[in-house]
Write a protein that binds this ligand. Structure first.
Ligand SMILES: [Cu+2]
Length: 161
């Protein structure tokens, strides 16, 4: 009995003296990534409160500017409700009647999100974006293709902490 416990104790100490094994580091990393995936429901305050501008970007053709709003100024990992406001570059008028697709994209890692954001026009050039699932820390591009008279693209990038 005594011998077994002593042996176990020594092994334990020996392992603790080693640097963090690669497999354990991998598990710790996987656990933190998973935490990011499941945190969404635990952070409802990401999508309440007043809208603040977090980014602004001009379209590929230069026809319009889009301002990106979030309900928080500091973006952490989570599932976001954002707002786009489009204005015409030449006269500053709001751009309504756009249909669009948005692909949130992490260029450093070459992946998007499993959820497709839903877009609701609000009028006055504003559109609500539901389920923008920025589930990892890092730079995310909102790869946006709009269609009205002609197709255009805009790509505001958000830094997520
Ligand atoms: Cu990623």
């Amino acid at each position: 009995m005594d011998r077994t416990s002593v042996t176990t104790g020594m092994r334990y100490q020996g392992d603790m003296g080693q640097p963090l094994p690669a497999w354990l580091a991998a598990i710790v990393l996987a656990a933190s990534v998973c935490a990011g995936c499941t945190d969404d429901e635990a952070l409802p305050d990401l999508n309440s409160g007043p809208l603040v501008q977090v980014q602004q970007s001009t379209s590929a053709s230069g026809a319009y500017v889009v301002v990106v709003f979030a309900h928080t100024s500091k973006l952490t990992r989570g599932d976001y409700i954002l707002q786009y406001v489009f204005t015409n570059t030449t006269d500053g008028s709001p751009v309504d009647g756009l249909t669009m697709t948005i692909v949130p994209w992490m260029p450093a890692m070459g992946h998007g999100t499993p959820i497709v954001p839903m877009i609701t026009p609000l009028g006055g050039g504003a559109y609500e974006l539901d389920d923008v699932d920025l589930f990892m820390a890092g730079l995310w591009q909102l790869r946006t293709t709009t269609t009205a008279m002609e197709s255009d693209q805009v790509e505001p990038a958000l830094q997520v902490e």
